[in-house]
Design a protein around this ligand. Structure first.
Ligand code: FE
Length: 228
């Protein structure tokens, strides 16, 4: 049941910041998670016990987030942008409209901004306050994304963080760190790997990892040795 626990942790983190924190940064709400997780579990037990919530409905919801909504959606968006310049232009100008074209809506997708990585710029995404994340295209965030060390160090020492993910960028590439909020969720459009010219859109999508779309990795031509 670790996956279930993971979802509940995520749900707790989300519940903790559904207020807007763009204009209000002087409060501290990062101490909550483990306590929140317990409270969410207690709440679920109570609701089920009183017959207010059907556990099967909850499981279906969790299944949706774990298996149907996930980073494969983002990978399809990235691959389309790599093969279709018009789509890429739309994606960078109006990400919500672009992902809706591939059928991805909701999950705060309307607040999505896409950041393009290139030979001179590498974008890295974090939520320093909690765990804001582009659910519509990446599903639920990984545990490390919500961890205090990642959230603080991504801003202070982005190259050190990238090094720990196995990515060492030359000084000639500028690293830009983007802090997500409830109103702005970022998706990184990774650089298309050289040598991938003959691959089909589906083959390209298969190369794109979740980590590359957060900006802690680059897309490799072969996934072997990559950090999927
Ligand atoms: Fe957040």
């Amino acid at each position: 049941m670790t996956t279930r626990r993971g979802f509940l942790t995520g749900a707790g983190a989300v519940a903790a910041h559904e207020h807007t924190h763009a204009q209000d940064h002087d409060h501290e709400h990062q101490a909550a998670p483990s306590d929140v997780t317990l409270r969410v579990k207690a709440l679920e037990s109570l609701l089920v016990e009183k017959g207010l919530v059907d556990p099967a409905a909850l499981d279906a919801l969790i299944d949706t987030f774990e298996h149907k909504v996930g980073p494969r959606s983002g990978a399809r968006v990235v691959a389309r942008a790599w093969v279709d310049p018009e789509y890429k232009k739309l994606l960078l100008a109006d990400a919500a409209a672009a992902i809706a074209k591939l059928g991805y809506k909701g999950g705060q997708g309307e607040h999505l901004v896409v950041l393009e990585n290139g030979p001179k710029i590498h974008n890295l995404v974090v939520c320093t306050l909690c765990s804001c994340y582009p659910w519509a295209v990446l599903g639920l965030p990984p545990v490390w994304y919500k961890s205090a060390p990642y959230r603080s160090r991504a801003v202070i020492d982005p190259r050190g963080v990238l090094h720990e993910f196995g990515l060492d960028l030359p000084d000639s590439i500028e690293v830009r760190v983007w802090d997500s909020t409830a109103e702005l969720r970022y998706l990184v459009l990774p650089e298309r790997p050289s040598g991938s010219e003959k691959l089909t859109e589906d083959e390209l999508a298969a190369l794109v990892t979740r980590d590359a779309m957060i900006g802690v990795a680059q897309v490799q031509l072969t996934k072997a040795g990559g950090k999927a």
